[in-house]
Design a protein around this ligand. Structure first.
Ligand code: 13P
Length: 244
């Protein structure tokens, strides 16, 4: 399967950030798919800039409904209408800051499928869960509760992001990453042998150019979801170079 390196800009980026996107497009490597997920305010302009290039533009969240009285929210259909091709759902910062449940995340992932978007569905344990030896149980519950009913290997991507590794400079050992990714793969295959075997499972959490090669070489790691290091085109491309 073709790896995917996706950049989650989080609440960063003004119109001036267009220059970084242009640099990503200019430097795109051929060994993996690239995606940039800017804040919603930049979706339309970024999608216009990326049109015709190999870089897909994604949003960072969507509502489960198509439209309606939900002040401040945006639907998957609106994201597609803006020219974007993907959306991140269930990021741990949304789960923590906006009390998103697994059921909410499932509705969002299903909405993405309805609108024809790629969904990157995020799961991951907290530091306390890791220390208590409850990582696998937590990942299993999140998969059970938040996967959409139908697995689509072309349009559904899982991102394993240990909460304690996000923005901290800490990463799990490659052995720990391999264990969690193998477990996710096994669960996906049990649900749908064909789609589950070919869905991409990304690792996220303090991925940098310096550690990308080692992390991307782990079995069942099919790319990266990058936060801080995606804000600078040179660093983002340095991570993607793990696949060059
Ligand atoms: P960092 O790469 O900044 O640790 O963030 C990871 C992340 O949350 C991507 O969604």
């Amino acid at each position: 399967m073709r790896p995917l390196v996706a950049g989650n800009w989080k609440m960063n980026g003004l119109r001036s950030g267009e220059a970084e996107l242009r640099a990503v497009i200019a430097g795109a490597v051929t060994g993996c798919d690239l995606m940039v997920c800017p804040p919603a305010t930049l979706l339309v302009s970024f999608a216009a800039i990326a049109k015709g290039s190999s870089v897909v533009i994604g949003a960072q969240d969507c509502h489960g409904e198509r439209d309606g009285a939900h002040t401040g929210d945006i639907s998957a259909e609106m994201i597609a209408d803006a020219g974007a091709g993907a959306v991140i759902v269930g990021h741990s910062e949304r789960r923590a800051d906006h009390q998103e449940s697994d059921a909410d995340v499932k509705a969002k992932a299903s909405a993405a499928a309805r609108a024809g978007l790629i969904a990157i569905l995020c799961i991951g344990e907290t530091k306390e869960e890791r220390q208590a030896g409850a990582t696998i149980a937590r990942i299993g519950r999140q998969l059970d509760g938040s996967l959409p009913d139908r697995l689509d290997d072309a349009r559904l991507v899982i991102a394993y992001e240990p909460v304690w590794a996000i923005g901290t400079g800490l990463t799990p050992t490659t052995k720990d990453v391999a264990e969690v990714h193998a477990f996710i793969r096994e669960r996906l295959v049990a649900l749908d042998p064909k789609a589950g075997a070919s869905m991409r499972i990304l690792y996220g959490g303090s991925v940098k150019p310096a550690n990308a090669k080692e992390l991307m070489a782990v079995m069942n790691v099919n790319g990266a979801l990058v936060g801080g290091a995606s804000l600078k085109a040179a660093d983002f491309l340095g991570i993607a170079a793990a696949y060059s």
